[in-house]
Design a protein around this ligand. Sequence first.
Ligand SMILES: Cc1ncc(COP(=O)(O)O)c(C=O)c1O
Length: 373
Amino acid sequence: MKIKEFAVERYFAQYEFTAKYLLSSSDCDGYPMEFVLNLASAEEKERWNNLKLGYTETRGSLELREAIQQHYRTIELDEIIVSSPGEANFILMNVVLSKGDHVICMAPMYQSLYEIAKSLETDISFWEPDQQQQDWYYDPAGLEKLIRPETKLTIVNFPHNPTGFSPSRVDYQRIIEIARKHNLILFSDEMYRFLDHNPKETLDSACDLYENAVSLWGTAKTFGLAGLRLGWLTSKNKEILQKVENFKDYLSICNSATSEVLATIALNHMDKFVQPNLQKIRRNLELFSEFHQQNKDLFDFSKPVTGSTAFIKLKIKGTALDFAEKLVKETGIMLLPAETFEYGDKHARIGFGRENFPEVLEIFGNYLASAAH
Ligand SMILES: Cc1ncc(COP(=O)(O)O)c(C=O)c1O
């Protein structure tokens, strides 16, 4: 198998643990272990203290799957398989796709969501945002136009990284109906689920709405628990999930026992994680909106409605990559350039999930004011 480097992750590898400030992270600050364990019920604490560090169930422990199940409307325990999100994505593509299949995915998009499909010698079409709209908008009609007789899979990601786009309920239903009408498997990456800035706008998981949808969610973004390295696929299509389980025997076989217990506690106390994250995102977003008002000549900004990121357009002569490289060298601020999303060279991602955002924004503002770009 030949696969291209994962540009976003390579860029993070370069700077995430060396740059002084991060302005582009998509996850919220990681919660301390103590915070998680202090929330545990007596039963959960006992499970943690008596945990045996042997192999675990391939699909995830019963307690974890029960904790996951409560956040879906129709999903049964045997319609869940726990895995790291990257592994889940890798396996799903491998069991669903064959050479020559046609796949549709959004652009820009988290690279592994299309790169693995590409490495399996499939043909990829990108569902692009509507350029006529001022804000980010993905028109379901544009998606339908891309469908061919050999289209097998459509990959969507709502809340969307990096733009913060989420469809209206009407458009979401249209996307589901398009998939159903053309008998497509719908892979719905919901890693940023419940991070809607207005919680009334939270969409149902695709797996609750369509029998051939496979949804992906995990602990990294919604919960601020990226270090657990846990996610899960949920689907009414049991045949696909069985194939995923079989393939997993060749990779991790099963999940980290400690992560499973901690994730179970988190899922059973979701609001305790999500509410502080949302408060932080809302506060930082307000600050950034004001910052944009003062710097409209330097970049375009479409305020996201969901998730923890935005994708701004820099009004610069050079490339976003050069701009980001100069910025990190001169200020220690890491900014993720559009090139890492293979989406031109003028955009950059902003992440709103970090406590020190106001401080980093001030340094960024001073830099912009003093530098002639
Ligand atoms: C859309 C999307 N899907 C999947 C992932 C992978 O999640 P994790 O870091 O928990 O493996 C990410 C991480 O940034 C993401 O943005």
